[in-house]
Design a protein around this ligand. Structure first.
Ligand code: NDP
Length: 251
């Protein structure tokens, strides 16, 4: 946990960073924060109006001109991911950072009642889509001097919890995939890959999962950004295959 990290104001200058689910919640905060630290941010998500609002905010703050990439992980095909790689290659020639943040909660429900279609949907958005997108983008990440890939995990991706179903399983798969990929890339690539658990954070997803909770007791997405910056910037160069938390466990 790097919640006390003090990033340089130009930490991400000259870096091209793609953020998935950049229109809302933690992804929105990460996109704005990365741009404030000098990154050219590629805003990927499914609701274009939300991405446009983030784009306008970055422009209004005088940040580097961002780019919008509309994509819905449900229904996205390998061709979509390869077209994305081709577009980014033409536009930027490399990718220095990739934050896999988009996520779907599915339903908190006993496994006996879990709908198989919803299960597939959650696995598609949370793990299968991000994995094939990563495969398509690896050549571009290899073009960077020290690219960082960050996958978003959860406490239920490290210890299972009743009723969390596909969401929990998708986050366990994320942790497993990152171990496999980091081990493959070790000593033969400048690309590092780690998982980051944001911890309880004031967003729509958290409200849906815990409707009775007072959101004011939770950290905001902005407050957990130090670890997001540390992992994306040069201070974490050489760190790969590790599990991080963006905030200390709650008392
Ligand atoms: P939100 O629900 O607020 O935001 C999720 C983002 O993912 C939205 O921008 C959403 O787009 C996007 N998204 C969802 N489905 C798709 C899809 N099919 N294709 C493309 N984009 C999609 O969630 P949070 O900000 O809370 O969560 C961000 C990440 O952090 C997730 O991976 C989540 O699992 C994880 N996390 C969050 C915690 C928390 O307490 N908030 C705790 C632990 C982990 P749209 O705006 O269009 O819906």
């Amino acid at each position: 946990c790097k919640i006390d990290y003090q990033p340089a104001s130009n930490l991400l200058e000259n870096r091209v960073v793609l953020v998935t689910g950049a229109g809302d919640g933690i992804g929105r905060a990460a996109a704005l924060t990365y741009a404030r630290h000098g990154a050219t941010v590629i805003l990927l998500g499914r609701t274009i109006a939300k991405l446009e609002r983030v784009y306008d905010e970055i422009e209004a703050e005088g940040g580097p001109q961002p780019a919008i990439f509309p994509l819905n992980f449900e229904g996205a095909t390998l061709k979509d991911f390869h077209d994305m790689a081709e577009t980014l290659d033409k536009e930027f020639g490399r990718l220095d950072g990739l934050l896999h943040n988009a996520g779907l909660l599915g339903r908190i429900t006993p496994f006996e009642q879990y709908n198989p279609e919803l299960w597939e949907q959650v696995m598609q958005v949370n793990i299968n889509g991000p994995i094939w997108m990563t495969q398509a983008l690896l050549p571009l990440l290899q073009q960077s001097a020290d690219a960082s890939v960050v996958f978003t995990s959860s406490s239920v991706g490290r210890k299972g919890r009743a009723y969390w179903g596909a969401y929990s399983v998708s986050k366990f798969a994320t942790e497993g995939f990152v171990e496999v990929l980091a081990d493959e890339l070790e000593n033969q690539s400048t690309v590092r890959v780690n998982t980051l658990n944001p911890g309880a954070t004031r967003t729509q997803m958290r409200r849906t999962a815990y409707p009775g909770e007072d959101p004011l007791t939770l950290r905001t997405p902005e407050e957990i950004m130090p670890t997001y910056l540390w992992l994306m910037g040069p201070d974490s160069t050489g760190v790969s295959g590790h599990k991080f938390d963006a905030q200390p466990p709650r008392a």
